[in-house]
Design a protein around this ligand. Structure first.
Ligand SMILES: [Zn+2]
Length: 449
C-alpha cells in the first residue's frame, strides 16, 4: 500500500463500523440503566420487610443479606454489591432524568458518574432538578472530561451553602501524605486549595518545557550525539520524558528550594524566574458584591470569591469580557492592541483545543484559521480557533472538514460525513435564572506564591 492510499479516507466499511459501535454503546447504556432499576428494586424489597429491632449495626441486616444473595449469585463481594445497591438508589430516586437519558442511550455510565458526583451535595429537590436538566443537556453532546468542570460550576451555583463556607471546611482537610509503592517508589500526595495545586502543576510544566526545549535535537539522539560517539566522548544523553522532568523539578524545588541545572536541566537566565500562572474568571456582579455566582479557576473548578478577589489584587490588569446575555457567547474583550485583543478574546472563548472532546489548554495550542488565509479566510474571531498539534494536523492532513458559525461553534464533519458541533466552553451551560448580566472579568497573571 502506498502512502497516498493510506492518506485517502477508507470510507468503505468505516460508516458501518461507526454505526455499529454507536449502537453497541447505546445498548450498553440501556443495560446499565436496566441494571440500576433492578438493583433499586432489590432495595425496595428490603425496605418493605419488617425493621429489625436493635442497635444500628443489626438494623441493616436485611440489606446486607440481600447484598450477600446477589454477591454469591454474581460471584462478586457482597460489599461491592451493597455499594452498587446504594448507587442505584441514588441514581433512580434522586437523578431520574439522568437515569432516563442513560436508558435511552443518550449518555454513558461515565457521564452519569460525573453528574451524580457533582449533583449529590445539592439537597434541595428543586435545585437538583434544575441542575440535572442542564447537566444532562451538556452530557448529551460532550465527553465526560469536558462535562466535569461545567457541572461543577453549575452545582456550585445551586448549592445552598455559600462556596466560601464549604471551602473553609474543605480546606481544613488539606495535608500531605506518602504512600509506598513497589520497586523502591512512593507517592507523595498533597491535598491543597485548587488554585495552589494548579499553580504548582503549571510551574512544574513551565520548567519541564523549558528543559526539554533547551536540550534541542541532541537529547533526541541527533547529530551531536552521533558526533560525540565518533569522537569517543562520553555522551550525556537526556532522554527524559516531560513527566520525568516534572517529577525531578518537583523534588529539586522542594528539597533545595530552587531548581538546579543538573536536575532540572533548565538554566534559568538571571531575572527570568519561572512563575506559575493561573487563570481566573470572576463574574463582574460577584466582584461588586451584587451576586453570588462563584468565580472559577477557568476550565477547572469553582473557587470562592474571597480567593478570587485576593488573586485579582495581585494581577497587573484585567480584561473585561462581554458575553451574550442569553447564550453566554463571548462577544468582545476590552483591550489596547487589536492583535492582542483578538488573541485574548480567542483564549477566553476557547479555553482549550476546539476539536470535539479535546481538553488541551489554549496555551499549548496553535491558533488556526478555520478557512485558510489563502482561501480568503479573514483574521477575525469568527474565523480563528485554537487547535492542539494533534488536531491541527488532523484538520490539514486528513479528510476531516470544519467550518465556523458566528456563535463560535465549530462544525466538524468526519471523513464519512458525520456532523459534530463543538461549542465554546462558556456556552455549555445555560442558566435562565442568573440575571441579565453575565459579563465577567478574566485574566491570566502570576500567582502570588
Ligand atoms: Zn486537540
Amino acid at each position: 500500500m502506498t502512502n497516498t492510499a493510506l492518506l485517502r479516507p477508507a470510507t468503505f466499511g468505516v460508516e458501518a463500523v461507526v454505526d455499529e459501535l454507536v449502537e453497541i454503546r447505546r445498548g450498553m447504556a440501556a443495560l446499565q440503566a436496566r441494571e440500576a432499576a433492578v438493583l433499586a428494586r432489590a432495595v425496595e424489597v428490603v425496605r418493605a420487610q419488617e425493621d429489625v429491632p436493635g442497635p444500628s449495626e443489626v438494623r441493616d441486616v436485611p440489606l446486607r443479606s440481600m447484598a450477600a444473595q446477589l454477591g454469591v449469585a454474581l460471584r462478586v463481594s457482597d460489599r461491592t454489591v451493597q455499594r452498587q445497591l446504594s448507587d442505584a438508589v441514588v441514581l433512580t430516586e434522586r437523578f431520574p432524568g439522568t437515569w432516563a437519558a442513560l436508558a435511552a442511550g443518550e449518555v454513558s455510565g461515565a457521564h452519569v458518574r460525573v453528574i451524580v458526583e457533582a449533583g449529590l451535595p445539592i439537597d434541595d429537590h428543586d435545585a437538583r432538578a434544575v441542575f440535572e436538566e442542564a447537566a444532562v443537556e451538556v452530557a448529551r453532546r460532550e465527553t465526560p472530561g469536558r462535562l466535569r468542570p461545567a457541572v461543577r460550576v453549575l452545582a456550585a451555583r445551586l448549592h445552598p451553602l455559600p462556596l466560601a463556607e464549604r471551602h473553609a471546611a474543605a480546606a481544613r482537610g488539606r495535608g500531605v501524605w506518602v504512600r509506598d509503592l513497589d520497586d523502591g517508589m512512593a507517592e507523595l500526595i498533597a491535598t491543597l486549595p485548587a488554585h495552589l495545586a494548579h499553580g504548582i502543576r503549571d510551574r512544574l510544566d513551565r520548567y519541564a518545557r523549558r528543559a526539554i526545549d533547551a536540550r534541542g535535537g541532541a537529547g533526541a539522539g541527533g547529530d551531536a550525539a552521533v558526533e560525540a560517539m565518533l569522537l569517543d566522548e562520553p555522551t550525556v544523553h537526556d532522554t527524559r520524558g516531560v513527566d520525568e522532568v516534572r517529577a525531578d523539578v518537583f523534588a529539586d524545588l522542594l528539597l533545595t528550594g530552587h531548581a538546579t541545572p543538573e536536575v532540572s536541566n533548565a538554566s534559568t537566565p538571571e531575572g527570568e524566574a519561572i512563575v506559575a500562572h493561573v487563570q481566573v474568571t470572576l463574574p463582574a456582579m460577584t466582584a461588586l458584591g451584587h451576586d453570588t455566582t462563584p468565580a472559577e479557576l477557568t476550565g477547572r473548578a469553582p473557587i470562592d470569591t474571597a480567593t478570587a478577589l485576593r488573586l485579582a489584587g495581585t494581577a497587573s490588569g484585567w480584561d473585561r469580557v462581554l458575553t451574550h446575555p442569553v447564550t453566554g457567547t463571548v462577544l468582545a474583550v476590552d483591550r489596547y492592541r487589536p492583535s492582542d485583543q483578538l488573541k485574548r478574546a480567542l483564549r477566553v472563548r476557547d479555553e482549550h483545543c476546539r476539536f470535539p472532546g479535546c481538553r488541551i489548554p489554549v496555551r499549548r495550542c496553535d491558533i488556526d484559521h478555520t478557512t485558510a488565509r489563502e482561501h480568503d479566510g479573514p483574521t477575525e474571531l469568527g474565523n480563528l480557533a485554537h487547535l492542539c498539534r494533534r488536531h491541527h494536523t488532523l484538520k490539514h492532513h486528513s479528510a476531516w472538514r470544519v467550518r465556523q458559525t458566528p456563535d463560535g461553534i465549530l462544525h466538524w464533519t468526519s471523513p464519512t460525513g458525520r456532523h459534530y458541533p463543538d461549542r465554546p466552553a462558556r456556552t455549555l451551560v445555560f442558566m435562565p435564572d442568573v440575571g441579565p448580566d453575565r459579563g465577567g472579568v478574566i485574566d491570566e497573571f502570576p500567582a502570588p506564591f
